[in-house]
Design a protein around this ligand. Structure first.
Ligand code: HEC
Ligand code: HEC
Ligand code: HEC
Ligand code: HEC
Length: 137
């Protein structure tokens, strides 16, 4: 019995380590599954560089809104962006309401990624804003 308990404890600690390693991906190829077909090349995102080298806080990108406030904190589960920003229509077909809600992945990602890059560029940093700097050809 005691031996079993020790084995269980060892397994449990390995699981914890696995969870800790899964916490933040090194790089992500962003590919929202709501798009049946992408019209642009998939975007390779240097996740860890953004948090470690560029020092951007997790909650600048990850959120769960409750009463208009972001209640997501480091360690909470992370859902794919397109599980909420899930309308796959191209920009021109979105209603004004859908635009206001950032309903499509395209809108949500462009606001998040390009929005910050535009500000960063003004501060003299090398953050990409041209299409092919993000979308591989
Ligand atoms: C600059 C934006 C940005 C920052 C900062 C950021 N993330 Fe992410 N993160 C993303 C994007 C984008 C994805 C991919 C989501 C998708 O594909 O829908 C992601 C994915 C993840 C995933 C993987 C989810 C999965 O499905 O595999 C985890 C876990 C995660 N982030 C945790 C963190 C933690 C912890 C921090 C802070 C140390 C952080 N993120 C900071 C943008 C960011
Ligand atoms: C759990 C659902 C959910 C997930 C997951 C989610 N969002 Fe959101 N997001 C929302 C809601 C709700 C709003 C507020 C929309 C509104 O104002 O009506 C929002 C607003 C935004 C906005 C506009 C406000 C702002 O913060 O600038 C952007 C940009 C955005 N999300 C990008 C992302 C990105 C990128 C991801 C993935 C890293 C993501 N969202 C994941 C629900 C979500
Ligand atoms: C809050 C600010 C911020 C957000 C949000 C952000 N970035 Fe960046 N990103 C930067 C900065 C700053 C740099 C340039 C840093 C430098 O070179 O000094 C950068 C650089 C890059 C680069 C070129 C260098 C590299 O690391 O590959 C790519 C590609 C990139 N970002 C993609 C993205 C994508 C895709 C998203 C959205 C999922 C995103 N970024 C969201 C701030 C941001
Ligand atoms: C800072 C990085 C970045 C830049 C610059 C950028 N995009 Fe995107 N774009 C993304 C990301 C991330 C997505 C989300 C992809 C997904 O959800 O699978 C996206 C999604 C899209 C989509 C919808 C998905 C698809 O492939 O059909 C289109 C269309 C698009 N972008 C066009 C453009 C055009 C045109 C430009 C230049 C004017 C541009 N993007 C510039 C990061 C960027």
């Amino acid at each position: 019995m005691k031996k079993l308990a020790i084995i269980m404890a060892v397994i449990a600690s390995f699981c914890l380590v696995a969870v800790a390693f899964a916490a933040e991906p090194d790089t992500v190829t962003i590919s929202s599954k709501v798009y049946a077909k992408h019209t642009k090349g998939l975007v390779k995102f240097t996740h860890k560089k953004h948090t470690v080298d560029y020092k951007i806080g997790c909650a600048d990108c990850h959120h769960v809104y409750k009463d208009g406030k972001n209640v997501w904190k480091k360690g909470d589960p992370v859902k794919k962006c397109d599980s909420c920003h899930s309308v796959a229509k191209p920009m021109a077909q979105l209603s004004p309401q859908e635009k206001k809600q950032m309903a499509s992945p395209e809108l949500a990602f462009h606001k998040n990624c390009k929005g910050c890059h535009m500000k960063a560029k003004k501060e003299g940093k090398k953050a990409p804003v041209a299409c092919t700097q993000c979308h591989a050809k």
